[in-house]
Write a protein that binds this ligand. Structure first.
Ligand code: 5GP
Length: 206
């Protein structure tokens, strides 16, 4: 059986739920993986770096990439474009890596449609809406207007939790990270349907 097949782990959830902190906490413990760096038209936040947190581009550059079919998926979130470039993902999967995506509910939908049989999805959120509000306010990287947009969006996003395989409540960072580590390890074991057919055939022939 082809043991070099990669797998996909989609992480979604409201901004401020702690996705980035959780990813940083588990990334060294989950084996060979590739964190997909999205492209966005949103302005860079304080502390963010080009090519580390996102590829920051202009609206025109993003539209050109859409026209040239460079994206696995893209969506408009909080009024800005966000997209996942296809090529690095394809390469990482080919190398047998676990590909991690931090994308929204629309992105999860698109990835599921294209890579469903190797995709595991997790929705990460705070224990409550008021806790999310508190975290966004204390983060102080966004204006009040942006915070309000994010809160509004998060109320819509939680309505779609049932589209995910797992729900992780990030109340305690260490505990949530431990759960996510287990999910990531299991995600890697997902077998593409083509490999299952091959495995059954070989198993019967031996
Ligand atoms: P933020 O501006 O807080 O970094 O991200 C806002 C939202 O955009 C988050 O929910 C994040 O998961 C989502 N997002 C980031 N990159 C992508 C992407 O490439 N595609 C999609 N669909 N959503 C993304």
């Amino acid at each position: 059986m082809n043991t070099k097949s990669g797998a996909v782990l989609v992480l979604s959830g409201p901004s401020g739920a702690g996705k980035s902190s959780l990813i940083n906490k588990i990334i060294d413990d989950i084996g060979d993986c590739y964190f997909s760096i999205s492209t966005t038209t949103r302005p860079m936040r304080q502390g963010e770096k080009e090519g580390v947190h996102y590829h920051f581009v202009t609206h025109e550059e993003f539209v050109k990439d859409i026209e040239e079919d460079h994206f696995l998926e893209y969506a408009t979130v909080h009024g800005n474009y966000y997209g996942t470039s296809l090529k690095p993902v394809r390469d990482a999967l080919h190398d047998g890596k676990l590909v991690l995506f931090d994308i929204d509910v629309q992105g999860n939908d698109a990835v599921k449609n294209r890579l469903g049989d190797i995709t595991t999805s997790v929705f990460i959120t705070t224990p409550s809406l008021s806790e999310l509000q508190r975290r966004l306010q204390s983060r102080s990287t966004d204006s009040q207007e942006v915070i309000e947009k994010r809160i509004k969006m998060s109320r819509k996003e939680v309505q779609r939790i049932s589209e995910y395989d797992y729900l992780v409540i990030n109340d305690n960072l260490d505990e949530a990270a431990e759960v996510l580590r287990l999910i990531a390890k299991a995600a890697r074991m997902k077998i593409p349907s083509t490999d299952i057919n091959q495995f059954v055939q070989e198993w019967e022939d031996i």
